[in-house]
Design a protein. Structure first.
Length: 343
């Protein structure tokens, strides 16, 4: 147990063209796992959703026979590609993995290609969700089923259509220099990108998406996810927001270490480096409690990977995409230099 906890939760960005179903896919993952057990509960983070590993494997059902050693998956939705481009460009290695959502009926669009170029630049492993498969004429819905199970129930014409659409995607990916295949025909994740036909509306194919992500995490990142949980916190600013009663706040994705109330932090501002101190760390409350209490719950510290709201003085001028690092044991100049480099 102690050993496992040193592997942090991988951060999974959901990317793709407008309206292809990124948010719906996450909603479905959240929705189909609303189970009231204590552990394995999905929790809403600032700007992110944490799905613990037992919820992942539960959703993966029969597919989940792989040995898993990541604690879960932290999903980040990317609303509007523009902000994300900036974020990627500045934030560097924020996403450990990605889901690129493509409407299977529409195929590649400009933002699909942009997403793929970003992922290639950062060498980020990813899976393609060939989404809205339920829109193929004549599709027979099998709620929440793994792809192969639902595929077997479709008539020949529909199956042929899925194959044609998948091969169109394979062709487009090949034009961009990626080898890909339908996921069930991929034996080596290092050589082929997996394409999983999905429906965010019906949940079909979602078990497979989750299992491919777990597979990628095991294949690529058990080393890179080993972090010192008590190390100084490091993260990327997703949004800068004024909150009533709190002043200016940062929505931060923490990807390394621990951030504590009272920590000295260094963050990149518009044209200067800002040094300040964490006044409070805020977590969103569960939906059910929001009406009766404050929207946020105060916590003393938070450990990566997590989405957290940071309140601190002097945050004016911080921009989305900025790096943030905590200072520990007097290495202030070093940290400032590091943040400067990351901008
Ligand atoms: P942006 O955030 O604007 O970039 O869009 P998005 O990629 O988050 O798309 P979103 O999830 O908002 O879905 C857009 C529309 O497509 C909504 O009306 C969804 O209900 C619909 N939709 C998403 N996924 C599916 C799917 O698998 N099947 C069907 N039939 N509709 C879907
Ligand atoms: Mg969206």
């Amino acid at each position: 147990m102690a050993k496992e906890s040193t592997i942090r939760t991988p951060i999974v960005c959901v990317m793709g063209h407008v309206d292809h179903g990124k948010t719906s896919l996450l909603d479905r993952i959240r929705g189909s796992s609303v189970v009231s057990t204590e552990e394995g509960e999905i929790t809403q983070h600032i700007g992110a959703t944490l799905v613990p590993i037992d919820a992942v494997t539960r959703m993966g059902g029969a597919l989940s026979k792989v040995s898993v050693n990541v604690p879960g998956l932290l999903f980040i939705d990317t609303p509007g590609h523009h902000a994300f481009t900036t974020l990627r460009a500045r934030g560097g290695a924020l996403a450990d993995m990605a889901i690129v959502v493509v409407d299977i009926n529409e195929g590649f669009r400009p933002q699909t290609i942009e997403a793929l170029q970003i992922l290639r630049n950062y060498k980020t492993p990813f899976v393609i969700a060939a989404n809205k498969v339920d829109r193929i004429h004549g599709w027979r819905v099998q709620e929440n089923q793994p792809f192969l199970k639902t595929f077997a129930q479709q008539n020949e014409r529909v199956q042929g259509m899925v194959e044609t659409k998948v091969y169109e995607l394979v062709g487009k990916l090949s034009d961009l220099g990626f080898n890909s295949e339908r996921f069930d025909r991929v034996s080596d994740f290092a050589r082929n990108i997996c394409i999983v036909p999905t429906s965010a509306l019906t949940g079909e194919g979602l078990p497979d998406i989750l299992m491919v992500l777990i597979g990628l995490a095991q294949r690529y990142m058990t080393e890179s996810l080993k972090v010192s949980a008590d190390g100084p916190g490091a993260g990327t600013v997703l949004e800068v927001k004024e909150e009533r009663g709190l002043g200016m706040t940062l929505d931060l994705i923490l990807y390394d270490g621990t951030l504590k109330v009272g920590d000295e932090i260094v963050v990149a501002g518009n044209d200067q480096i800002i040094e300040t101190k964490v006044r409070s760390l805020l977590k969103p409350r569960p939906m059910s409690e929001i009406l009766i209490e404050e929207r946020f719950e105060r916590v003393k510290s938070v450990t990566a990977a997590a989405g957290i709201k940071v309140a601190a003085p002097k945050l004016d001028g911080v921009i989305a995409g900025s790096p943030l690092r905590a200072v520990r044991s007097g290495n202030r100049d070093e940290v400032i230099e590091q943040v400067r480099r990351e901008v």
